[in-house]
Design a protein around this ligand. Structure first.
Ligand SMILES: [Zn+2]
Length: 313
């Protein structure tokens, strides 16, 4: 027979009181990257029809706030009840062509974190070139040395190309910056992929960024070159932050107040970087750790999650 406590627990879950309680004092910062008509499994993409469902659901059920406002509410102890903020990392063109029209139509604010070297040059970030190389190589397998061990990576099916690229991405994220760049070059050589022109035109242009900034979209820094910040020195980290902020500020004529850690898991940054961000004038920074934010959250380590991931909405 079920205990009284068990019965109460069952009732709370069934009546969604848990869900409401969960949302009352916390907010969710949603992490998007790319939006696509037909998502490529090698890229962090969400299908546009699914994104549309998300934003309609958010507009109908939540207070969608600019990220800066969420940070203010956390700082000032104001209500976070059913608050969410929408964010996109990296600065891909499809944020403008596919996501922005929906956001504009629904009057929803969002923040896009820009990798400024990529915006300035029009070149995609290194991890996109890396995925592209694994997706398009004509090789059927490669042999690589990781941590002193020789690995044979099969490349005969889409599934094992993905799996092989995931294994190598894990390895790349743990390497020091120069070693990571060297490994990347040697992978392109092994995969025999050196033409990335198919990736031209993937990134936002400043004109589009300026247009969006006039209509509810704000822009945050995401470093200049998207390094793993726990694998570079603190002066290098400060340089990455400053360059990224200055480039955005020079194009938009506005101060940059928000920052997203590249890759964003706890092992991809370190606590000293928060002090650098603060010194540079950043008022809040987001990670990709799956967590809702509340009044106890650090403004320099705000997790990101979808509300329906954490509490079944
Ligand atoms: Zn990123």
């Amino acid at each position: 027979m079920m205990s009284v406590r068990g019965t109460i627990k069952k009732y709370i879950i069934k009546s969604n009181l848990y869900r409401i309680g969960h949302l009352r004092n916390s907010c969710h910062i949603l992490p998007y990257h790319m939006v696509a008509d037909e998502p490529n499994p090698f890229y962090p993409e969400i299908e546009i029809s699914q994104f549309k469902q998300h934003v309609i659901h958010l507009a109908e059920n939540y207070h969608v706030l600019p990220l800066e406002e969420v940070a203010n509410r956390i700082k000032q102890g104001k209500s976070l009840h059913r608050c969410v903020a929408i964010t996109f990392d990296d600065g891909f063109l499809n944020n403008y062509t596919l996501a922005y029209p929906l956001l504009k139509q629904l009057h929803l604010p969002a923040t896009i974190f820009l990798i400024t070297d990529c915006i300035e040059t029009g070149q995609p970030p290194w991890f996109i070139k890396f995925r592209y190389a694994f997706q398009t190589t004509r090789k059927e397998m490669i042999e690589v040395t990781c941590a002193g061990e020789t690995l044979t990576l099969p490349l005969t099916t889409e599934e094992n190309r993905l799996e092989s690229s995931n294994i190598m991405m894990q390895d790349l994220r743990t390497r020091e910056n120069d070693a990571r760049k060297e490994m990347l070059e040697s992978l392109f050589h092994l995969l025999e992929v050196d033409d990335f022109t198919a990736l031209d035109g993937m990134m936002l242009h400043w004109e589009q960024i300026r247009e969006m900034s006039r209509h509810g979209i704000s822009f945050g820094a995401h470093t200049a070159s998207h390094p793993v910040m726990s694998r570079i020195s603190l002066p290098e980290a400060e340089h990455e932050v400053r360059v990224s902020m200055e480039v955005i500020q020079s194009h938009l004529g506005q101060k940059v107040a928000t920052f997203a850690y590249p890759f964003g898991r706890i092992n991809h940054y370190r606590p000293e970087i928060a002090a650098i961000l603060q010194k540079c004038g950043i008022t809040c920074a987001v990670t990709t750790e799956h967590a809702a934010s509340n009044h106890a959250s650090s403004l320099y380590e705000l997790g990101r999650s979808f509300p329906w991931e954490l509490c079944g909405v």
